[in-house]
Design a protein around this ligand. Structure first.
Ligand SMILES: [Zn+2]
Length: 127
């Protein structure tokens, strides 16, 4: 039988999960759909944060880390909405798109700047 909590494959008839210790005799999943319905009215905080960081990154894209964190938050927010429901799916998707575009643009700018600087330093040897 598989653990309802972590999906670990346990021996048939085992009382507790060998991986996470969940009591396998107690059914815990029935409560889940009700909780999902309740949380559907809430906006996902990670989706909002990722989107805001994406907007910030358009203006302050030189701070590369902000874009990377924004992208990660957007992806995590999107996954959470998929799993648990909740509002903010549009924000999460927009955050992912904005962050990827700005990161790519600034990466290109960095490559150009450092590429040109590198060539100047080596006396145009690699041109
Ligand atoms: Zn488990």
């Amino acid at each position: 039988m598989y653990c309802q909590n972590c999906g670990f494959k346990n021996e048939e008839g085992a009382a507790f999960c060998g991986n996470c210790g969940t009591n396998l005799k107690v059914k815990t999943t029935i409560v889940y759909p009700n909780e999902t319905a309740g949380s559907n009215e809430k906006y996902n905080g990670m989706a909002i944060a990722g989107f805001v960081l994406g907007i910030v990154n358009i203006w302050f894209g030189a701070v590369f880390v902000v874009g990377v964190i924004g992208l990660i938050l957007s992806i995590m927010g999107n996954n959470q909405i998929k799993l648990n429901g909740g509002k903010g799916k549009g924000l999460a998707v927009a955050g992912i798109v904005i962050n990827i575009i700005t990161l790519s643009l600034y990466l290109l700018i960095y490559l150009l700047v450092f590429g040109i600087a590198g060539c100047a330093a080596c006396g145009l040897m690699y041109l």
